[in-house]
Ligand binder design. Structure first.
Ligand SMILES: *Cc1c(COP(=O)(O)O)cnc(C)c1O
Length: 231
C-alpha cells in the first residue's frame, strides 16, 4: 500500500477511536482531506479509496483542481476568502468554512442571489485569540451573527475554528469546548433553528480531541499527505 493510503487508514482508525471515546455517532463526523499544495494525483488516489470531501485554501488552486477531478467531490473552502474571488468558486463549493466578516457574507450572498443559489457557510471564530488568525471573536460573534442570518443567498450551518499548533492535543480541548458552547448559546437564544449544526474543528495536531468535543468536520492535511513544502 502507498504511504498516502497508509496515512489515510491510520487517520481513519484514529477517528474511529475518538468517535467511540467521545460517544459520537460515526455518521456525524466527516473527514476533510486538506489537499492544499498537493498534486491532483494524490487527491485522485484518495478519491479512488472513498474520500469525497476535500479542503482547499486558495481559490485559484481550488478552481484548477475542480476542473480535472470527478464532479461528485464535495469541495470545502477553508482558507481566507477575498470578495473579488467569490465568483470563481461559489457555484462549485459544497461549503465555505471561513466566513470571517459581515462584509464577506454579504458579498457571498449577493453573488448567490444573482445565480439563484443558496450557499452553505460556517462562521470562523478565533477562539484562541491568536493575532495571526482570522475570524470573529467569541465576544463579537453574536452581534455579527445577527447581521449575517438576515442575508439572502446564504445559509449559516455552524461554526469553524483553527486552534493553535500544539504538540499535545489536550492543550486545545478548551477551544473546542468553547466553540461548541458558542453554538449551543446561539441555539439556546433561539437564533439557530436547524436541527443539526456543524462544528468544523480539528487539524493534524488535534483532530482526535476535536472529535471528542463535537467536531462535525475535521480538516486534516499533514497527517494524510505528509508535510507541505511551500514558502
Ligand atoms: C492547512 C489547513 C488545515 C490542515 O492543517 P494540517 O495541520 O496540515 O492538518 C486545516 N484547516 C485550515 C484552515 C488550514 O489552512
Amino acid at each position: 500500500m502507498s504511504e498516502l493510503l497508509d496515512n489515510l487508514k491510520e487517520v481513519q482508525n484514529n477517528i474511529r477511536i475518538s468517535v467511540k471515546k467521545g460517544d459520537r455517532n460515526p455518521e456525524d463526523v466527516t473527514l476533510i482531506a486538506v489537499s492544499k499544495t498537493k498534486p491532483v494525483e494524490m487527491l485522485k488516489e484518495l478519491y479512488d479509496n472513498g474520500i469525497r470531501d476535500f479542503g482547499e485554501n486558495y481559490v485559484q488552486e481550488l478552481a484548477g483542481k475542480m476542473e480535472v477531478l470527478p464532479n461528485d467531490i464535495r469541495w470545502h473552502m477553508i482558507g481566507h476568502l477575498q470578495t473579488n474571488k467569490i465568483k470563481y468558486i461559489i457555484d462549485k463549493v459544497y461549503m465555505i468554512h471561513s466566513v470571517d466578516s459581515v462584509h464577506l457574507a454579504q458579498a457571498i450572498g449577493k453573488e448567490a442571489v444573482k445565480r439563484n443559489l443558496k450557499v452553505k457557510i460556517l462562521l470562523e471564530v478565533n477562539v484562541a485569540g491568536e493575532d495571526t488568525k482570522f475570524g470573529f471573536t467569541p465576544d463579537n460573534l453574536l452581534e455579527n451573527y445577527k447581521e449575517i442570518i438576515k442575508i439572502e443567498g446564504i445559509e449559516v450551518l455552524g461554526l469553524m475554528t483553527s486552534a493553535p499548533y500544539v504538540e499535545d492535543p489536550e492543550e486545545n480541548r478548551q477551544y473546542f469546548v468553547q466553540l461548541k458552547a458558542l453554538m449551543v448559546d446561539l441555539k439556546n437564544k433561539g437564533m439557530y433553528n436547524n436541527s443539526r449544526y456543524f462544528l468544523s474543528m480539528g487539524m493534524t495536531c488535534d483532530y482526535t480531541v476535536a472529535i471528542e468535543e463535537g467536531a462535525g468536520f475535521v480538516r486534516v492535511g499533514t497527517a494524510i499527505f505528509g508535510a507541505r513544502n511551500y514558502v
